[in-house]
Design a protein around this ligand. Structure first.
Ligand SMILES: Nc1ncnc2c1ncn2[C@@H]1O[C@H](COP(=O)(O)OP(=O)(O)OP(=O)(O)O)[C@@H](O)[C@H]1O
Ligand SMILES: [Mg+2]
Length: 327
């Protein structure tokens, strides 16, 4: 496997980064860094950490390319614990320091107990109130639970995140090297390729665990749909990548936003980018941005979405809340 961490790989242009990756040779991973500046969304870091965990578990070799001392990102990557995850020394001696930004360094989660602990322990890391972190806890819990319940991966979920204080936004990445979405859905659904499987999994009520719409009490087929909906309602991006398939929720154009944001049950109706032929990733990778000043909105959002899709009922909505529309 070969991964190049460039000077720009964010959700808006993630596909360019993915297209340059090579995921052949599962017992070798070579990571190269942009010589001067690495600026990547945490999803790229999580993907790299997941690949490294898999290679190391197979007894393979992980190497990191040489980087010049002029690379200003080494300290950030070290603080993210990338080199630790790779099992390699940083290319240059990196001074340890207290990072100025707030972030969740690479964390491996394999069990529900680890997830529960993590969800509680992450709150102080973000220096935000309990209500503010609610949507973040929700999204992390849905995405990691998916890995634990569906991915069948011995290395579990790799997660990492960065908090942008000025924008009050958390950029989050969750990656696994498990069976992937298409394989996991295949018990109940026949799909023609990875992209079709991804789009099916994003629909409310579609679950690989139980046949029939709205699944069971444990798996209602809600996690991915809600996560995409949370990103959509707060005008953020969401990407999901599995096998060769890639789907990205884009922002609602300004002109349309004035009429209110619509959350679609069918991802084909979302403003989106889809690609069917990226280098095949054995597993699933989700990148999403979540705004954290939406505490009240979030509760109302969940209420609205649950009511529309009949998933669960809660107290009446706050009259001051402008509900998203559903289609
Ligand atoms: N990380 C993953 N690895 C493999 N398959 C996945 C992964 N995430 C999701 N899936 C597949 O996509 C389907 C839909 O996921 P989603 O989270 O929307 O629903 P669910 O997990 O089945 O139910 P719920 O989230 O309501 O408990 C899953 O049932 C599973 O088949
Ligand atoms: Mg789920």
């Amino acid at each position: 496997m070969r991964i190049f961490l460039p000077n720009s790989a964010h959700l808006a242009n993630l596909e360019a980064f993915l297209r340059k990756c090579r995921f052949d040779k599962p017992t070798e991973l070579h990571v190269r860094l942009h010589p001067r500046w690495v600026s990547v969304h945490p999803v790229a870091v999580a993907l790299t950490a997941a690949a490294a965990a898999q290679v190391r578990q197979l007894g393979g070799v992980v190497t990191v390319g040489r980087a010049s001392s002029k690379n200003h990102s080494l300290r950030y990557l070290a603080a993210m614990q990338l080199f630790k995850a790779l099992g390699c020394e940083p290319p240059e001696k990196v001074r340890s320091h207290e990072p100025a930004g707030r972030f969740i360094p690479i964390t491996q989660i394999r069990t529900s107990a680890e997830l529960s602990n993590f969800i509680v322990e992450m709150v102080p890391l973000l220096h935000a109130t309990k209500t503010e972190v609610q949507p973040i806890q929700y999204v992390i819990s849905e995405l990691v639970r998916n890995v634990i319940e569906h991915a069948n991966s011995t290395t579990g979920a790799m997660i990492c995140a960065q908090y942008y204080k000025a924008r009050r936004r958390l950029a989050l990445g969750v990656a696994d090297m498990g069976v992937g979405i298409r394989e996991s859905l295949s018990t109940n659904y026949t799909t023609s390729d990875d992209l079709s499987a991804l789009k099916l999994a994003l629909q409310p009520g579609v679950t690989g665990t139980t046949s029939g719409i709205y699944g069971s009490a444990n798996n209602a087929g809600a996690g991915l749909f809600f996560t995409k909906g949370i990103a959509c309602a707060s005008d953020n991006l969401f990407t999901i990548y599995s096998g060769s398939g890639f789907f990205k929720l884009r922002r609602t154009p300004l002109a349309k936003r004035a009429k209110g944001i619509v959350i679609h049950a069918d991802p084909d109706n979302d403003y989106h980018t889809e690609i069917a032929d990226l280098p095949a990733w054995q597993g699933t990778v989700v990148g999403v941005d979540v705004s954290i000043d939406k505490g009240r909105t979030f509760a109302q959002f969940l209420h609205a979405i649950r009511t529309v899709f009949g998933i669960h009922r809660q107290a009446a909505p706050d009259p001051g809340f402008k509900a998203p529309r559903f289609a």
